[in-house]
Each structure stands twice: as structure tokens, then as C-alpha cells.
Design a protein around this ligand. Structure first.
Ligand code: MRU
Length: 336
């Protein structure tokens, strides 16, 4: 099954519950927008492009359950969807595209039909865009490369195929031998739980390391390239999962090219990284792991979900339109 899709029969959103992986492969069905908002907040569906699709399908659910086309509950639901997670720009992109399409309808039923057609377009585009990113990106990989990645920018973060992992899949499809080093991505372990699982499903060689091992592994010359996804590309660089900046600094220190794979829908070049809200998550994510207490209950915790990497550290941003090698506005690049 795709990561997220529309269930025609039940008029509901079906998604792979990523909080259960790799222990169990479970499908979550959301018939109401409130259920989908909860699934987004709990990271049952996550990853920037998948969040864009979730946002669009959430608008469909909001229209489906509304009493009238003017119903303020549609607008309320749209706001709640947009704010479910603040950092990945794709969420508001998907919500707004579907909501603008829905506004062409005069009844909730018509609004639902327009929103659904737009959501389906976003789904199709996501797959096509991932394939193009894969083609441009695979040209940057050499036969025999070992690629370090962080978090999950694979098919689980999109509808299918993936951005960073889509590049690796495409390179392998073209006959290149590629091995992956997956960083576990504390605290929610998208690398160990999702990337390792996803690559193993496809029999792509993967070695798991802790995030703090990346410097030593790069110094040991075990990495040829670093390749990650993005939650938002801003005017000075890229916002992605916490830990990305650390890998970029270490890659620069060792002369290893650091690439970002991202669709244009993740671009927000008018905005500075300083004006983007970085999601702060619950202290519980650090104090507990799978309900086992790892730290004193009352310890002060800092838990930002994302960080910012300036363009100076990035060798190229791989998009569906090609590889951008120069920062859009170098004069605004911050020091790091
Ligand atoms: O908190 P998450 O799991 O939603 O964070 C996901 C990431 O940071 C990904 O690297 C990013 O969304 C790109 S996915 C193609």
C-alpha cells in the first residue's frame, strides 16, 4: 500500500501507522478530520511530502463532515490542520491547495469533490516529482558509493518512492551498487525504525549507526556522500530533522559532499530560517523510550524536532527541476 491514500468505499483516509513500525505493519483509517489531525500530531503520518497529502485529504474530510458550505467548522478544521505541525511547509501547501479548490463548490458535497480532485493531483505529482528527483540525484552517485542518510526521506515520508531514498532507489535501478548508512535519528528513531525497515524491504544494503557515530564513521572514510531530505528550503539554507546540521558540519570537515533532495513544494525562499517555527516536542520523548524511563522525570529537557543547515555546507539541492548548486541569496547566509 502507499503511505497515505483515499479510501473511496469508506470515504476515509488510509495511512500506514508509522509509530508501529518496525514491530507491526498497521493501517489507520481516519473518517473524521479530528482523527487525521491527531495522526499528524502523533507522527503516524510524517515526512514533509506525506504531510502535504495528509493536509489536502484532511480538507476533504472536513468538507465531508460539514453541514453547510459556509460552515465555519470547515475553516476551523483547515486552520487546525495547518497548525498540526509547524515546520514542514508542505502541510500548509497541501491544505491551501485543496481548500482553494474546495471553495469552487457551493455545497459541502461539491466542495468535497473539488478538494478530493486536487488532493489526488497532489498525490500523482508527488510520485512523478520523486521519480524526477531520483533521476537527477542518481547522476550524482557513483557505483560503489556508501551514502549516509538521516531521518527518513523515503517512500514512508512521501506517497511512494521517496526523495533522498528515491535517489538511492533510482541509482540502484540504473545498475549502481549503493550501500546506505542510516543514522538512528534520536529521539523518535525515524532512521532506525523506518529507514532501516524500508531499505531492508527492498533488499538495499543498510548499516545502522547512532547519530553520534557519524563523525567517526566519516573520518574512517566509510562515507562517500551524505544525502538527506528537507522540511523547508528557506533563503539561507535547509531546515530538516534535528541532527542534519551536525552531519553537514562533519561532512564539510571531511570533504564529503552533502546533498539535500527536496521537491519545489518544500521551498519557501521568501522566508528566513529565523522566521520559521521549529517544532518543540514533548520532554517525554527524551525521558522515556518505549515506556522505559531513561532520565529523571523532572529533568529539564530541550527537544527541537528540526535544525537549520546553511547553503555553505550543502553541495547541491536535488529537485525535480535539476540540481541547484548555488544558494539563491548568498548575501543573507548566516554565519555558523
Ligand atoms: O518529524 P518528521 O519525521 O516528520 O521529520 C521528517 C524529516 O525531517 C524528513 O527528513 C523530511 O520531512 C523530508 S521527507 C522527504
Amino acid at each position: 500500500m502507499r503511505t497515505i491514500e483515499w479510501d473511496e468505499e469508506r470515504e476515509a483516509v488510509r495511512l500506514i501507522d508509522q509509530t508501529q513500525l518496525p514491530r507491526a505493519y498497521k493501517i489507520e483509517v481516519c473518517e473524521r478530520v479530528e482523527e487525521l489531525i491527531r495522526a499528524i500530531k502523533e507522527l503516524k503520518v510524517r515526512g514533509a511530502p506525506a504531510l502535504g497529502v495528509a493536509g489536502a485529504l484532511g480538507v476533504v474530510l472536513a468538507c465531508k463532515n460539514a453541514a453547510t458550505a459556509e460552515a465555519i467548522e470547515i475553516e476551523k478544521a483547515v486552520k487546525q490542520l495547518e497548525n498540526a505541525r509547524p515546520t514542514a511547509v508542505n502541510l500548509s501547501y497541501g491544505v491551501n491547495r485543496a481548500f482553494n479548490a474546495a471553495k469552487r463548490g457551493e455545497t459541502p458535497e461539491e466542495m468535497k469533490i473539488y478538494a478530493l480532485a486536487e488532493a489526488k493531483r497532489i498525490i500523482d505529482e508527488d510520485i512523478a516529482v520523486n521519480k524526477k528527483i531520483g533521476e537527477y540525484g542518481s547522476a550524482l552517485l557513483d557505483d560503489g558509493d556508501v551514502v549516509l542518510t538521516h531521518c527518513n526521506a523515503g517512500r514512508l515520508a512521501c506517497v511512494d518512492w521517496g526523495t533522498a531514498l528515491g535517489v538511492i532507489r533510482t541509482a540502484i535501478m540504473h545498475g549502481k551498487r549503493i550501500e546506505v548508512i542510516a543514522c538512528e535519528t534520536r529521539p523518535l528513531n525515524q532512521g532506525s525504525r523506518l529507514t532501516a525497515w524500508e531499505l531492508m524491504q527492498d533488499k538495499i544494503p543498510v548499516t545502522l549507526i547512532t547519530d553520534s557515530m557519524s563523525a567517526a564513521v566519516m573520518r574512517e572514510c566509510k562515507v562517500d556522500k551524505v544525502l538527506v531530505g528537507a522540511d523547508r528550503v528557506v533563503k539561507e539554507g535547509v531546515i530538516n530533522k534535528i541532527g542534519t546540521y551536525m552531519h553537514a558540519v562533519v561532512a564539510k570537515a571531511h570533504g564529503i559532499p552533502f546533498y539535500v533532495a527536496a521537491p519545489i513544494s518544500s521551498f519557501d525562499l521568501e522566508r528566513s530560517y529565523k522566521d520559521v517555527e521549529i517544532e518543540q516536542r514533548s520532554p517525554r520523548e527524551l525521558i522515556y523510550c518505549a515506556n522505559v524511563q531513561l532520565a529523571p522525570e523532572e529533568v529539564k529537557v530541550y527537544n527541537p524536532a528540526f535544525d537549520f543547515t546553511p547553503f555553505e555546507l550543502i553541495a547541491g539541492v536535488i529537485t525535480e527541476k535539476g540540481v541547484l548548486r548555488s544558494p539563491p541569496s548568498p548575501s543573507t547566509s548566516p554565519s555558523y
